[in-house]
Design a protein around this ligand. Structure first.
Ligand code: ADP
Length: 423
């Protein structure tokens, strides 16, 4: 018998605009295939009879516009068909964006829509971004995806913000291809840990995207889709308005929270369209624990790959061969600062870190910058390594790295994100 032949098989008949939702838990995996009709996962069309494998932790919706028969092989945590979804409304949003792109196509003075998705945590912001990006590329567009959700990190790993040009629909099992992304190191799981730095990075990224779209007409017409994190109160709200301003957004989609919608309508200039849209009932709320596991999985994926395995390297680095910095010095009251400096300026200062147990299991970003004379904080990072051992006696670090030794650069930025390498 072939592997897994004893796994339970479930078959679902989906009517038009129905959605099959399922979750995979524990150590299980589920193989899904379309037996009849047409269906999509978060905007990516499925190939009939192809076997798609979903690993533990997956929360998936298979949607069909016309109707389809879907088969699941393997143990699911939950699986059910939902008849009510906001997909028609999401498609409307896409149609609206497409109209703006057409106008931009006809008039070189205009540019494609810059859209921002906001809302509290676990309302499907990232999923909506993915859907709109997928629908755009399926129409032949080349939109830019900007991810400012430092808690999960969909472009790179948690603790970063980044952007990529989307040239093909997301792979059903793995998401968007990560070729040549722009990635900035932030170093924390929440923007609130250093809001000054966060805003500075957002501005730098906005500037960089502006330059790129000006040089690429197709991307300029296609527009930008910005994912944000679920921190929407007080400073979090302020940072959302800062994002809207620096990226010069045209459209804001507010998922699920009417209060946030009303605040943005009140505070945004009149040329910014703000729309309220309901969340999909299938979006699953995640506990702190699940969120932290997802972060971990994301880092593991960076080093070890998802399906096609990657083989990271492990090697020793002398303390004296690297310079490790963290961003942000402890703040002093303004009265203690040198003349003309504000306490806040400390938040974007580089502070050298002596290697020791304080960096064990931490992620270090490998900066493209060669020296401190360059704009270290706002320069793209080359990649990430993880400190797996610190030997103070021998003055040596052992690191896990996607690339073989030596390190491409020796200026490293310490992240609060930790990863325990157990493979
Ligand atoms: P947010 O970005 O707002 O935190 P996500 O888009 O990451 O939320 O969605 C949270 C989780 O819900 C993800 O694991 C996603 O795969 C899952 N999800 C999204 N839409 C659906 C749906 N329609 N049915 C089932 N699960 C979904």
């Amino acid at each position: 018998a072939s592997e897994g032949s004893s796994d339970p098989v479930q078959s679902f008949e989906l009517g038009p605009e129905n959605e099959l939702r399922f979750e995979v838990d524990g150590k299980n995996k589920v193989i899904m295939s379309v037996r009849a009709g047409m269906a999509e996962v978060f905007g990516t069309e499925l190939v009939k009879e192809k076997a798609y494998t979903f690993l533990a932790g997956s929360k998936i919706a298979v949607f069909t516009w016309q109707g389809a028969t879907i088969e699941l092989r393997g143990k699911t945590e939950v699986s059910y068909v939902a008849k009510e979804t906001p997909m028609a409304m999401y498609l409307n949003c896409h149609a609206g964006l497409e109209q703006m792109r057409k106008k931009a196509e006809e008039n070189t003075e205009l540019h494609g829509p810059v859209l921002m998705v906001v809302g509290p945590t676990d309302v499907g912001k990232s999923t909506l971004c993915r859907l709109l990006l997928n629908y755009a590329v399926r129409m032949g567009r080349r939109p830019i995806f900007v991810d400012l959700d430092v808690g999960q990190g969909h472009v790179s790993i948690p603790g970063t913000i980044g952007a990529l040009l989307v040239e093909r629909p997301a792979a059903v099992e793995e998401g968007f291809s990560q070729q040549a992304p722009i990635v900035y190191h932030f170093g924390h799981k929440s923007p609130g840990s250093n809001i000054k730095l966060f805003n500075k990075l957002v501005s730098a990224l906005a500037e960089c995207i502006k330059e790129r779209t000006q040089a690429n007409r197709k991307a300029n017409v296609s527009g930008v889709i910005i994912n944000t994190c679920g921190w929407v109160k007080q400073s979090g709200y302020k940072s959302l308005t800062h994002i809207a301003q620096t990226f010069e957004v045209d459209v804001i989609l507010v998922l699920d929270q009417e209060r946030l919608y009303n605040e943005l309508v009140r505070d945004m200039p009149p040329f910014v369209r703000v729309a309220f849209i309901p969340k999909n009932g299938g979006v699953v709320e995640r506990s702190q624990n699940v969120r932290s596991e997802a972060r971990d999985a994301r880092v593991r994926e960076y080093f070890y790959g998802v399906r096609s395995p990657l083989y990271p390297h492990s090697f020793d680095v002398r303390f004296s061969d690297v310079k490790i910095y963290k961003i942000g010095a402890p703040s002093l009251p303004d009265s203690c600062m040198p003349l003309g400096m504000k306490a806040d300026d400390n938040k974007t200062k580089l502070v050298q870190v002596q290697p020791g147990n304080n960096i064990l299991n931490h992620i270090l970003a490998v900066s493209f910058a060669n020296s401190l004379e360059e704009e270290v904080i706002t320069s793209n990072v080359a990649g990430f390594i993880c400190v797996t051992k610190v030997d103070s006696e021998r003055q040596m670090l052992t690191v896990l790295s996607p690339q073989p030794r030596p390190l491409p650069q020796t200026l490293l930025l310490l992240s609060e994100i930790q990863y325990m390498d157990s493979q």
